[in-house]
Design a protein around this ligand. Structure first.
Ligand code: SF4
Length: 182
């Protein structure tokens, strides 16, 4: 077993007035960096940065980041949920580590596309139907995971089908968000 014990820190994070949201840190006494290439192989949509090392992943609308001595979890409803999700992630790490002989580790880093990679595939009309002032700002928010492809109405039109498919490949729905939407 890679993780035998952990401490859980749960705190509230500032968000919309009236809405309460929690974030948690699972503090570990064990360096879990050896399991990250195995998680990189098995977790769909994970973004692995080998030289940090860190692996970020999105599950059930929550952003999760695995670090050598901690696991960070965002978008939690309360402490009870934090405890349940933390237990599940610790089990996931331990199960993956126990199965490591059956899994080929993946050391490849997955690069997040840049705003220009995404912008080139948008309609580029600056029509503002997405609520953003320009297509480039929309592209910048797409790569951070703060808006979705469905938020651009023209992109749903048949004439943009190919671009939309390319964008969907570049930006899987389960790619973790970075930071918080403004
Ligand atoms: S709705 Fe689409 S085309 Fe219009 S500004 Fe937004 S990203 Fe650009």
């Amino acid at each position: 077993m890679l993780i035998e014990a952990y401490d859980l820190e749960v705190e509230t994070v500032p968000c919309e007035p009236g809405a309460e949201e929690f974030a948690a840190i699972v503090r570990l006494q064990t360096d879990i960096s050896p399991v990250l290439p195995y998680l990189n192989r098995t977790l769909r949509g994970a973004v692995y940065i080998a030289n940090a090392p860190t692996l970020t992943w999105k599950k059930g609308g929550r952003n999760i980041a695995f670090w050598p001595y901690k696991i960070a979890i965002g978008h939690l409803e309360d402490r009870a949920e934090a405890e349940k999700v933390a237990r599940g992630l610790v089990d996931l790490v331990n199960r993956t580590w126990e199965r490591r002989e059956e899994i080929e580790p993946d050391h490849e880093m997955r690069r997040r596309p840049g705003p220009m990679d995404v912008y080139k595939l948008l309609p580029r009309t600056n029509c503002r139907a997405c609520g953003q002032p320009t297509c480039f700002i929309f592209a910048s928010k797409l790569v951070l995971g703060h808006v979705k492809l469905d938020d651009c109405p023209p992109l749903q039109e048949a004439r943009y089908r190919e671009q939309r498919e390319e964008l969907a490949d570049l930006l899987p729905e389960d790619m973790p968000a970075i930071g918080r939407p403004e």
